[in-house]
Every structure is written in structure tokens, then in C-alpha cells.
Design a protein around this ligand. Structure first.
Ligand SMILES: [Zn+2]
Ligand SMILES: [Zn+2]
Length: 417
């Protein structure tokens, strides 16, 4: 994101930019009011929804109030609603015309276990829980698109509005898939987006192919033999063995993975004994790995198991690896990437769409949905501000129309009348 830092202008130039963006509609294909202008007419209503969600954040898979609010809004706009898809997930279905193609639009709804440090009139009223990743904004942007599409119906086919629970490492995407998401609501293409502080308001960024890392968590339990700290000869010291394993794990990325691939292995926890004079029986090493393909993930897992078991055996101890695949790598389908980038360009002009952004090491569980249906995940500029997961982060309400309009535009282009 840092490369966008110098593009972030002051308030005056931003206003100038918004004005400028308004000029790019002249060449539209029909005379209908552009989605961005249309959605701006209910910007206040959307902002009120966003603030309400921000006041009442809910942790992953516990989004009961949030999903009830989403379902009520969709129903009030005449959209067919399916509750309880994958726990607290909601799917809205809107059909129009005779088109037999379907597009899925996805937003996440969960908050984080963070105590909000912002001083806002709509600050979180739940201590220790906060919308620190902007999923309140994502939910609002998708609701904005739903209201617009239900009102204008300038498309032919089916739109599935997918409101996903538990994105923050809680397995929400997989829960919806296991609940038959794409069997019950088949889609030919799916699109998602994340707000990006540091990218200027009214700009978008995406890349085809691998765009965000996949992630796994691991625990390695080393079983040795406990003894008095003064009598090491009576022990099989798991602290020493775990230290050797920790050092050896750093050889995986350096020596096993081709330099053409990006990967990370980090040991972040080492839980050992409790006393100065006791060599413990057991040590646990934990951490995370990041990768851009399932093949590399498998390579890391295999090397980790080989090293942990082999090193422990060499010392006369045992080690077991528990490897948990949390996020698939985010792989954007090239065609869908072009489609949503073109839609973005139709809203703000091609010069404000970065089609080749740098891949990020953060993970995103929309990736699991994109393993099933070709899709694309785009970043929408949130202007200057704190990064997501910071206790002072806040979603920018000025971003809402840009996100909602892009969802709408990609539907109108993908499902033409
Ligand atoms: Zn997050
Ligand atoms: Zn997020």
C-alpha cells in the first residue's frame, strides 16, 4: 500500500477529484443515471446503516444482529432472502429478465476482538469488540448495491448477494460452502472487495492471478524426558531440541522453495517449562506459514514434518506436527479480473484503476469461494488513515458509493439486458 501514500491528497484535491470523476459518465451506453450518482442519492441512509453496524459489532460466526439487519433490509427492497446459510450467513437472490447467467457478490460481516480507541459518536458499544477491518463498510456497500439493483433492475439474469460470516480466521467462507452455497445459489462469476487505507478515494487496485497469500497455522509438540536442571544427563532436553527445530525451519523457505515463489515460515510461540531448575518434558512450538499456491503449502508442511520428526528422533525424542490450513491463496481469475477492472474504469476512468498491484501477504478467505467459482477480489480506496486491525482504524463513509457502484456496474455489464 505504501506506494499509494504520496497520491493521497488533501481535502481540496479530493473534492476536485470527485468532481473530475463525475465527468467520466458522458460516454455511457445508455441514458440511465450512472450507478454512482444514483447510489449517492441514498448515501445518508447507507451511512446510517454503517454507523449502526459499527456501534454493534459482532465476532465471527456470532453475527446474529448483523445478519438479521441485512435480511430485513433485503426483504424491504423486495429481494428473496435465505437466512442461516453456513451459520449466520445470509444470501439474497434477485432475478430479472430472461437471462440465465448468475453473478455472486460477496461481503463479510464480522468484527474483531479489539477494544476501539476511536472517539466517535458511533463508537463500538461492545467492549473488546470492534469493526477494525471495515466489514461494517463492506456489508453496507453490498446493501447499497442490492438496493440500487432492486430499484433499477437494469440487468437480465440472477444476482446472488452473499453476506458471509466469520472471515477473520473463523472459517465463514468454508461454512457457507459446506452448506451448499454454490449448489443452492449457482454462480458463473463471483466478486468481492476490501477497503484499502492508503489508496486514494475513488481509485481501485487489483491484479490477475495470485494476489494475496494463503495461510496455515502449526503446532509442533516435542516430547523429551524431564529432569533436574543440574542433571542434564538424566534428561532428553526438549528445549534444546525445539531450538534446533526452530533454526532448521528457517531452511525451508531458503533451501526447499524455489526463489521464484514467495513464502514465509514464522515460529511465533515457544511454550516450555515453568522453573529455573527443571528441564521440562514437553515443549510446543507454534507459528504461521504463508504461500501463494497449494503446492508450496504442501511442500512447507512436508518439510516441516520431516525436520521436526527427524531432528527429534536424532536426539532420542519424538515430535508431532499439527498443520491447519486456514486460508487458501487468493487467486484472481484473469477474465473476471479484467471484467471488474473494466467496470471500475467505467466508473472512475482507467487511469484510476491499478490493474497490476503488488501481491499482499495478508490472507482473505474469499479465496475458498474463488477455488469453486472463477472470481476476482478488488481493493477499493479508503483514503488516508490507519491500517485495518488497528484500534484507531475506521471505514471511510465516502468509500461506500464507490464500492456499491462497482458491485452494481459489474452486474449491469456482466448480465446485460
Ligand atoms: Zn481483517
Ligand atoms: Zn477484512
Amino acid at each position: 500500500m505504501a506506494k499509494y501514500g504520496n497520491l493521497v491528497g488533501d481535502i481540496a484535491s479530493r473534492a476536485q477529484w470527485i468532481k473530475h470523476a463525475g465527468c467520466s459518465y458522458r460516454n455511457r451506453r445508455n441514458n440511465a443515471m450512472p450507478a454512482l450518482d444514483h447510489i449517492r442519492r441514498y448515501h445518508d441512509e447507507l451511512t446510517a446503516i454503517r454507523h449502526d453496524l459499527h456501534i454493534h459489532p459482532e465476532l465471527g460466526m456470532e453475527e446474529h444482529r448483523t445478519s438479521a439487519l441485512v435480511a430485513e433490509k433485503l426483504e424491504s427492497w423486495g429481494i428473496e432472502v435465505h437466512r442461516g446459510v453456513g451459520g449466520t450467513g445470509v444470501v439474497g437472490v434477485l432475478r430479472n429478465g430472461t437471462g440465465n447467467r448468475a453473478i455472486g457478490l460477496r461481503a463479510d460481516m464480522d468484527a474483531l476482538p479489539i477494544n476501539e480507541l476511536n472517539d466517535l459518536p458511533y463508537k463500538s458499544q461492545t467492549p473488546g469488540v470492534m469493526h477494525a477491518c471495515g466489514h461494517d463498510g463492506h456489508t453496507t456497500m453490498l446493501l447499497g448495491a442490492a438496493k440500487y439493483l432492486a430499484e433499477t433492475k437494469n440487468f437480465s439474469g440472477t444476482v446472488n448477494f452473499i453476506f458471509q460470516p466469520g472471515e477473520e480466521g473463523c472459517g465463514g467462507a468454508l461454512a457457507m460452502l459446506e452448506d451448499g452455497l454454490f449448489d443452492r445459489f449457482p454462480c458463473d462469476a463471483i466478486y468481492g472487495m476490501h477497503n484499502a487505507p492508503g489508496i486514494e478515494l475513488g481509485k481501485y487496485a487489483i491484479r490477475p492471478g495470485a494476489s494475496a497469500a494463503g495461510g496455515a497455522f502449526f503446532d509442533i509438540v516435542v516430547h523429551g524426558k524431564g529432569a533436574h536442571g543440574a542433571r542434564p544427563e538424566a534428561s532428553i532436553d526438549p528445549v534444546l531440541i525445539a531450538s534446533h527445530i526452530t533454526a532448521a525451519l528457517q531452511s525451508i523457505v531458503a533451501r526447499n522453495i524455489t526463489p521464484k515463489e514467495m513464502a514465509v515460515v514464522s515460529v511465533t510461540k515457544m511454550i516450555a517449562g515453568d522453573a529455573y531448575n527443571v528441564i521440562p518434558e514437553v515443549v510446543t512450538l507454534s507459528g504461521t506459514a504463508r504461500f501463494f499456491s497449494r503446492a508450496v503449502a504442501e511442500q512447507i508442511e512436508n518439510a516441516m514434518r520431516r525436520l521436526a520428526e527427524g531432528i527429534a528422533a536424532g536426539f532420542g525424542a519424538t515430535a508431532t506436527l499439527d498443520w491447519r490450513f486456514i486460508f487458501a491463496p487468493t487467486i484472481n481469475d484473469p477474465e473476471r479480473t479484467r471484467d471488474i477492472a473494466d467496470a471500475a474504469a467505467g466508473i472512475v476512468g482507467d487511469e484510476h484503476v491499478d490493474r497490476d498491484r503488488e501481491p499482499g501477504m495478508g490472507s482473505e478467505d474469499f479465496s475458498f469461494m474463488m477455488e469453486k467459482v472463477p472470481g476476482a477480489y478488488i481493493l477499493v480506496g479508503n483514503g488516508p488513515g490507519y491500517t485495518p486491525h488497528n484500534p484507531r482504524y475506521n471505514f471511510n463513509d465516502e468509500t461506500t458509493p464507490y464500492g456499491a457502484a462497482l458491485y452494481a456496474e459489474v452486474v449491469e455489464r456482466g448480465l446485460p439486458k
